[in-house]
Write a protein that binds this ligand. Structure first.
Ligand SMILES: [Zn+2]
Length: 87
């Protein structure tokens, strides 16, 4: 099994959704937004997956039934979880 798109053999990418606020203070006098943007702490959402960089292939892990063809891709999800543990 290669770590490439099962449909078109292109490069795969791993993605995860992260939520954060872009915060800008408001000028007391003018009511204008400050140009300086700060980011709030990140909140990791449940959504993550593997997609192809070329076609519409998507894989969201084996939560929704076991897809044996893509089982080798599950290790990629673990990699991300392990990296998070270190940070
Ligand atoms: Zn593809």
């Amino acid at each position: 099994m290669k770590y490439e798109c099962p449909k078109c053999q292109s490069q795969l990418k791993y993605w995860e959704e992260i939520l954060f606020d872009k915060e800008r203070t408001i000028n007391k006098r003018t009511g204008k937004l400050n140009k300086k943007v700060t980011r709030s702490n990140e909140i990791e959402l449940e959504q993550h997956g593997i997609s192809c960089t070329k076609c519409d292939f998507h894989y969201y892990g084996n939560e929704n039934g076991n897809d044996v063809d893509y089982e080798h891709l599950n290790a990629i999800f673990d990699q991300s979880i392990n990296e998070r543990g270190k940070g």
